[in-house]
Write a protein that binds this ligand. Structure first.
Ligand code: HEC
Length: 142
């Protein structure tokens, strides 16, 4: 193989993950824009999502849902950059933090499904658009 062919292969290998990262971020931004629109519709005083509120939601011991899962931490662990473990099934869960898992929060159907299911399990109700946006904003900084 020539040096030229090798360098083309090397460049392609480098470019692909960068494109995937960019697409992931754009999809996540679009999901956040959607939640912001809903949050504004629910409360005209809404201005912006808060990583701090998202972290509080994540770490709070709710005690209003399933006894096995008082907190998001119960499955996604205290450090969301780490691999989690499902408190109900024992199965491993890929990290929730975007830095460890850039594909997180990029597919609307997946995001909606898990917020509905996991918030019900932990809090005993679905998360609001404000809570969803806060949570993703927190995870983006992790
Ligand atoms: C019973 C264990 C469990 C608890 C508790 C839990 N989750 Fe999850 N969560 C999962 C599993 C399993 C997945 C899907 C597997 C995966 O995405 O790796 C997931 C995925 C998600 C996703 C989708 C991620 C994506 O890639 O788009 C969101 C959003 C989410 N969880 C939010 C929450 C929030 C918010 C809480 C706390 C209110 C919470 N989870 C608590 C188990 C849990």
């Amino acid at each position: 193989m020539t040096i030229r062919a090798l360098s083309i292969i090397a460049c392609t290998a480098l470019a692909l993950p960068l494109t995937a990262l960019a697409a992931g971020a754009a999809d996540r931004d679009a999901i956040l824009v959607g939640y912001a629109r809903q949050a504004k519709a629910a409360d005209s005083g809404f201005t912006t999502f808060s990583a701090q509120r998202g972290e509080a939601l994540y770490r709070n011991q709710w005690g209003s849902g399933d006894v096995r899962t008082p907190s998001c931490v119960s499955c996604h662990t205290a450090d969301p950059r780490q691999i989690g473990r499902n408190a109900k099934t024992g199965r491993l869960i890929e990290p929730a933090a975007v830095s460890s898992n850039p594909q997180r929060y990029t597919d609307t159907a997946t995001v909606d499904k898990h917020f509905a299911r996991d918030c019900k399990s932990v809090i005993g109700r679905d998360c609001t658009p404000l809570e969803r946006g806060d949570y993703i904003t927190f995870m983006q900084g992790q």
